[in-house]
Design a protein around this ligand. Sequence first.
Ligand SMILES: O=C(O)[C@H](O)C(=O)COP(=O)(O)O
Length: 264
Amino acid sequence: MSESQLRQDLVRYARSMYQRGYSSGGAGNISLKLPDGNVLATPTNSSFGDLDPDTLSKVTMTGELLAGEKASKEILMHLAIYRQRPQCGGIVHLHSPWLTALSCLPGLDNENALPPITPYQVMRVGKLPVVRYLPPGSPVIAEEVEKLAAEHNSKLLANHGPIISGKDIREAVFNAEELEETARLYFMLKPFGMNSQEEKRMPEIVVYAVEGRSAEQKKTLMVKITEAVVESFGVERDRVVVSIVETKASEKSRGGVLYCERGK
Ligand SMILES: O=C(O)[C@H](O)C(=O)COP(=O)(O)O
């Protein structure tokens, strides 16, 4: 994708998040990786609601300004994430209401501020570690974020807000939306309690096979797989799920040869 298109995309995603109240005033900052290996970022004190594609800050991976206005005061935090996550192509830092509220709660689990409530939260983000409070723009924030970035695509800055990454700016925004909505769910459910995916998450093993085995053979296979998972994963037997997905021999091939024609 061209730099010009990426500039347009950054402005469009920023405006969309601004319109949803994910960032008000000059709060928040966004960046993305350019094809030339440099980074495009929102200028400091800019508003997500009225960015100009032509004045966005273009910096090197060491933070040197190549074009546009002075970059966000948090640019070092973004660059730290790009260093630790080479696959990362986009980062959003927000002051979105529900995640910012979460960041202000006492007694957060610093290893994971948000229990795994929904499958998409687990799939898109996973654990949400907390970075201790530091004044916005402090270079120490970048150091603290860098320690966590290799393992976590999202971090929660205490009394401040989230910083969330993705393989590109689109995925970073999707991850941010998922996490903000999960934080909202968390506050809605908090008075009533909630089931955590942690308890529900079980190892599920799927066996794809050509049809034809007897029910007894399939049952024996499932029992043996269950035993192997219990022994190797150390989980309760009742939590292990095994599925056998069968395909007709005429609808499965190897090397371009149908299974129903192999061995004839
Ligand atoms: O999070 C921060 O660093 C600031 O509060 C912020 O969100 C805006 O800083 P910027 O320099 O305008 O990007």
